[in-house]
Design a protein around this ligand. Structure first.
Ligand SMILES: [Zn+2]
Length: 146
C-alpha cells in the first residue's frame, strides 16, 4: 500500500486507515472481502461499487476518488450538476458500506439504488430552481437495472 498517496489514504475512515491507527485488526473490504479497503477501493474499485457505477453507465476504470469530478460523464446524465450526482452516488456507497460493516446487512445493489431513488428528490432542494429535469433523469437511471 506504499503507493497510496496521503490524500487518497486519508479521504475516508476506511479499514486501511483504521488499521494504520490500530483501531481495527483487519483491513479487508467488508463488502467483497477480497481487497484492502481504501477510499479508492470503497468508492470506485470494489466489485460492488463497480457494479453500481456500471449500472449508471459511469466508467470508473483507472480513476481515483481524489479526483472524482473527472469521471467521464455518460451522455444519459445531464452535464448540469454532474458533480452533485457523483457525490450523491459516492455518499450512498459509503452509507451502504456502513450498513454492511456495522449492521451486518448483506451487500445489495437494489438497496443502494433504492436509497438513491428516495434521496434524489430531497437533494433536488439543494439545487437551483429549474433543476427538476436533471433530478428526474437521475431518478430514471436509479430505477433502471435495479
Ligand atoms: Zn471490496
Amino acid at each position: 500500500m506504499d503507493e497510496l498517496n496521503n490524500l487518497q489514504a486519508t479521504l475516508l475512515e476506511c479499514r486501511y486507515n483504521l488499521k494504520k491507527k490500530n483501531i481495527v485488526g483487519e483491513d479487508a473490504c467488508p463488502i467483497c472481502g477480497v481487497e484492502v479497503e481504501t477510499s479508492n477501493h470503497l468508492i470506485l474499485d470494489c466489485s460492488f461499487a463497480k457494479e453500481i457505477w456500471a449500472s449508471l453507465n459511469v466508467d470508473t476504470t483507472g480513476h481515483d476518488v481524489a479526483t472524482l469530478w473527472v469521471l467521464p460523464r455518460p451522455s444519459l446524465i445531464p452535464a448540469a450538476h454532474y458533480n452533485t450526482f457523483l457525490l450523491m452516488v459516492s455518499w450512498f456507497l459509503w452509507i451502504h458500506r456502513n450498513a454492511v460493516a456495522f449492521n451486518s446487512l448483506p451487500p445489495s445493489r437494489a438497496r443502494v439504488k433504492s436509497a438513491l431513488l428516495d434521496a434524489a428528490p430531497i437533494w433536488r432542494h439543494r439545487l437551483p430552481a429549474g433543476s427538476a429535469v436533471v433530478v428526474d433523469s437521475w431518478c430514471s437511471l436509479f430505477s433502471s437495472n435495479m
